[in-house]
Design a protein around this ligand. Structure first.
Ligand code: FDA
Length: 302
């Protein structure tokens, strides 16, 4: 089931049809803050009132021209302007394919540099999402270059990749903050751990490496067992709450989100917005096919 949704997430014609469909708002409101930056800022303000930080994701990936990449960059610059004007402690999360990585590394780096420079100037951070494994090396190269120049970057590492332990060790050594997630793409068995139990075990191992040797890591998961392991480890090692943060996705496990905040932990919510929602949305369905039932119920509700 998971791989069917992930396969569908890559189908361009279905994507065009779905994103233009009149039911799109009803479909997406479970996982997406809204179509506009104003919607995303309103959600971030509400979260701020609940002592929760946000990271804004202007939905979109794999642009096909320098013009489209520049539009993505500018939309994120506008997001940083609004974050600053609203006095929020939000960051932004970007995908490098949205900034031109498929066109050329140089084009992508120019666009990312403009954004990171602005984030640095206002005391924010750019979190660089990790896409499928064909992009991992080039993404980490951009992360390193931007960290060296600005020191306000966060990398993302996926626990399902065999290579991730080595990547974390080298990011820890360079003092680069890491968000650890399980991984959301369809990967071949040559590069990714096939069993969910083994991915979960690797997640816990990598999480400990980050908590012990990392720089302000982010534990990004909604997995109750993993969150329990994290809290136990943090207590045993007396790791101060300001040395790391938890991260979760907008609309997922609000009960756990509230628990973490009540217990005094830092939490940041990944807030997606915009009209290019289809691939993001399909990855969320792939993680939990039961969401389809939930969505169908919502569609028939008036
Ligand atoms: P798991 O999938 O095992 O889910 C544990 C529990 O969480 C489920 O039992 C369910 O209760 C709940 N849950 C999880 N997903 C749900 C869903 N879609 N709907 C409803 N409930 C759900 N991936 C990536 O490849 N690159 C990236 O850059 C990022 N970035 C990122 C940022 C943040 C802040 C988060 C939280 C996640 C990502 N991810 C990501 C996605 C990540 O790789 C992974 O696919 C999801 O977080 C789901 O994994 P869990 O750790 O939640 O565990």
């Amino acid at each position: 089931m998971r791989s069917i949704f992930l396969y569908l997430s890559q189908q361009r014609s279905l994507r065009r049809w779905m994103e233009q469909s009149p039911i799109s708002q009803k479909l997406t409101r479970r996982f997406v803050a809204g179509e506009t930056l104003q919607n995303a800022i309103a959600v971030s303000r509400r979260l701020d009132g609940e002592k929760i930080f946000a990271t804004l994701d202007h939905l979109g990936e794999n642009v096909h021209s320098a013009g489209e990449a520049a539009i993505s960059r500018d939309s994120y610059l506008a997001a940083l302007d609004q974050i600053e004007a609203s006095g929020l402690k939000s960051t932004v999360s970007i995908k490098l394919t949205q900034f031109g990585l498929d066109l050329s590394d140089g084009e992508c780096l120019r666009n990312v540099r403009a954004l990171v420079a602005r984030a640095k100037e206002m005391g924010s951070r750019v979190e660089i999402d990790m896409e499928s494994s064909e992009y991992t090396d080039r993404t980490l190269a951009v992360v390193r270059a931007m960290h060296e120049e600005f020191q306000c970057i966060r990398a993302v590492i996926q626990a399902y990749l065999f290579r991730s332990e080595a990547d974390i060790q080298s990011l820890n050594a360079a003092g680069i903050p890491v968000r650890l997630c399980k991984g959301a793409y369809n990967e071949p068995p040559a590069v990714a751990i096939p069993s969910k139990t083994a991915v979960d075990a690797n997640y816990v191992k990598l999480m400990k490496l980050l908590l012990d040797h990392g720089t302000y890591p982010a534990i990004a998961s909604h997995d109750e067992t993993i969150l329990g392991d994290a809290r136990r480890y943090i207590r045993e090692r007396a790791i101060p709450a300001e040395k790391f943060e938890f991260q979760m996705l907008y609309g997922i496990r609000r009960d756990l989100q509230r628990d973490l905040v009540r217990q005094g932990y830092r939490l940041r919510i990944y807030v997606p917005y915009g009209d290019a929602w289809y691939p993001y949305f399909m990855r969320r369905l792939a993680e939990r096919p039961a969401n389809v039932v939930f969505l169908l119920k919502n569609l028939v509700k008036r």
